[in-house]
Design a binder for this molecule. Structure first.
Ligand SMILES: Nc1nc2c(ncn2[C@@H]2O[C@H](COP(=O)(O)OP(=O)(O)O)[C@@H](O)[C@H]2O)c(=O)[nH]1
Ligand SMILES: [Mg+2]
Length: 434
C-alpha cells in the first residue's frame, strides 16, 4: 500500500466554483455520469480559454522590450522577439503573445511621457480594463509619474509591480572600483557603508533596492516593494525568482495554471507549482474521460475516452518541457548535446504519446485502482461520489485518475532530472539546487 499512498498526498481543493461542484455532485447522485462528465468537460474547456494580459510600462529605454523578451524566454535576436533599443514615438500598445502559449500576452506600453499627460488619461488610452496586472519598469529612480500611475492602478483594484531593470550594469560599474581580489581600489578614499572595503554583491543589491524604495516612499507610495532584475538569466538571478513567485501568489486561483503553463522551468519551485496546479485538475479530466465518449477497451474491463487521456498526457509533457522543441532549445542554451538531456528522461515525450502508450499505462493503473479503491475514496471525496453512485465508473474513474496522477508525478521527476543535467557544471547550479 505504501507506494499508492505516497502518490496520494493531500489533495488540493479543485479550483472550481461551489455552484459547479454542486452541479457535478447532483448529477452523480442521480446516477447521471454523462451530465457530470459534460459539466467537467465544460469547466476544463473554460480553463483552457483563460487569457492573461500583462502590461509592461515605463519610459522609453527603461528596458520594457528586453523584459518582455526575457519573460517569454526569447533572446532579442530570435523570431517574434520585441525589438529593443527603439525610441517610442506613438501611444501604441504592442501585444506579444508567449511563443509557447498564446493565452498569455505581454503588452509593451509606452511610458506616460509628457508631464501634462495624467495617469488617468493614460490608463484610458492604454485600455486599463484589458490587463490582469501592471509592471512599471525603470532603469534608474522611479519618477513622480511612475508613483501616481501606481496609485491610480491600485485605486482601480489591480496589482502593480515596480521593477528596477539593468541591475547587471550597476553591478559591473561598481565592480570596476574593486581590484581582482575584490578590494576597494580607490586610493585615499574611505570605505563607506554602501561602498565597503570588500566587494559585496548582496549589500550592493540591498542598497539599490533600498534607494528605490525610499524614493518611492517619498513620492507617497506606502510600503513600496521593488524587484531588481536583469534581462539575462532573468528568472534565475537577483529578484527575478521572487518576482515570478509574487505574480503567482497574487493571481486568482483560476488563473494560476494559465500563468504557469508556458513558464520556463528555471527552479525547483516553478516545477513544484506547475505540478501542484495540474494535480488540481486531474479528477476533472478523469471524470471527463468516463463520460459520453467512453468506449470499452478490448481486453480491459473498463470503458474510457482514450483521446482525452492522450491530450492530457501531451499537455503534461509540454508543461514540463518534455517536448522535442523545448529540449532542443534548452540544450542549445546550456551548450550540451540534446541526447545528454534526453538520457535522463523515463516517460515518453510529447510526440511519443499515442493511444497504445495510454492503453499500456491504463493496464498498469487498473491494478492500483482495483487494489486501492478505498484509499482513493478516503482522500478524494468526489471519487467516492462517482464510485458510490455508478457501478459503470467504479473501475474506469480510479484507473484514469491513477494514470494521470502517476504520469504527472513521473513527468515532473523527469523535468527535475533534465534541469539538473542541464545545469551540471554551470554557475547557476548552486543558486537553483542548494
Ligand atoms: N545591461 C543591460 N542592458 C539592458 C537591460 N535591459 C535592457 N537593456 C538595454 O537597454 C536598451 C533599451 O532597452 P529596451 O528593452 O529597448 O527598452 P524600452 O525602450 O523600454 O523597450 C537596449 O539597448 C537594451 O539592450 C538589462 O537588463 N541589462
Ligand atoms: Mg521598447
Amino acid at each position: 500500500m505504501a507506494s499508492a499512498e505516497a502518490h496520494l498526498e493531500v489533495e488540493a481543493l479543485p479550483p472550481i466554483s461551489e455552484g459547479d461542484m454542486n452541479e457535478i455532485r447532483a448529477a452523480l447522485e442521480k446516477g447521471d455520469l454523462r451530465a457530470a462528465a459534460t459539466k467537467a468537460q465544460e469547466i476544463l474547456a473554460n480553463e483552457e480559454q483563460i487569457q492573461l494580459h500583462i502590461a509592461v510600462t515605463g519610459e522609453s529605454g527603461s528596458g520594457k522590450s528586453s523584459f518582455i523578451n526575457a519573460m517569454r524566454g526569447l533572446q532579442d535576436h530570435e523570431e517574434g522577439a520585441a525589438e529593443i533599443g527603439v525610441m517610442e514615438t506613438t501611444m501604441e500598445c504592442s501585444p506579444y503573445p508567449h511563443p509557447q502559449d498564446s493565452h498569455v500576452t505581454f503588452w509593451d506600453l509606452p511610458g506616460i511621457g509628457t508631464p501634462d499627460f495624467t495617469p488617468d488619461t493614460y490608463l484610458k488610452e492604454v485600455q486599463f480594463d484589458r490587463y490582469d496586472f501592471f509592471i512599471i519598469i525603470s532603469s534608474s529612480r522611479f519618477t513622480y509619474n511612475d508613483a501616481t500611475l501606481a496609485e491610480e492602478i491600485q485605486a482601480r483594484g489591480k496589482h502593480f509591480y515596480f521593477v528596477r531593470s539593468k541591475v547587471d550594469q550597476d553591478m559591473s560599474n561598481e565592480r570596476r572600483l574593486y581590484d581582482e581580489e575584490g578590494v576597494l581600489k580607490a586610493k585615499g578614499k574611505q570605505a563607506t557603508e554602501i561602498r565597503p572595503q570588500r566587494y559585496d554583491e548582496m549589500a550592493l543589491l540591498a542598497s539599490i533596492r533600498q534607494d528605490c524604495e525610499r524614493n518611492l516612499a517619498r513620492l507617497g507610495i506606502r510600503s513600496p516593494q521593488v524587484f531588481l532584475v536583469c534581462r539575462d538569466d532573468f528568472s534565475m538571478k537577483y529578484d527575478g525568482p521572487r518576482l515570478l513567485q509574487t505574480f503567482l501568489d497574487d493571481l486568482p486561483s483560476e488563473k494560476k495554471l494559465s500563468f504557469l503553463r508556458p513558464l520556463a522551468i528555471t527552479s525547483k519551485e516553478v516545477l513544484r507549482q506547475k505540478k501542484k496546479e495540474l494535480m488540481k485538475y486531474v479528477w476533472l479530466k478523469s471524470l471527463t474521460s468516463c463520460g459520453a465518449s467512453a468506449v470499452p477497451i478490448p481486453g480491459l474491463s473498463t470503458s474510457v475516452d482514450i483521446a482525452i487521456l492522450v491530450t492530457s498526457l501531451k499537455e503534461y509533457c509540454r508543461t514540463f518541457g518534455l517536448a522535442e522543441e523545448s529540449l532542443q532549445k534548452l540544450a542549445e542554451q546550456v551548450n550540451k548535446p540534446v541526447e545528454e538531456l534526453k538520457a535522463v528522461i523515463k516517460t515518453p515525450l510529447d510526440h511519443e504519446i499515442t493511444k497504445d502508450v495510454v492503453i499500456k499505462l491504463l493496464t498498469k493503473s487498473i491494478g492500483s485502482a482495483v487494489q486501492y479503491p478505498l484509499l482513493v475514496l478516503k482522500v478524494i471525496p468526489v471519487v467516492g461520489w462517482v464510485i458510490g453512485s455508478l457501478a459503470s465508473a467504479a473501475i474506469s474513474f480510479p484507473s484514469t485518475f491513477f494514470l494521470l496522477r502517476n504520469f504527472l508525478s513521473d513527468a515532473a521527476a523527469d523535468a527535475e532530472r533534465v534541469l539538473q543535467k542541464a545545469l551540471e557544471g554551470t554557475t547557476q547550479k548552486s543558486h537553483l539546487w542548494s
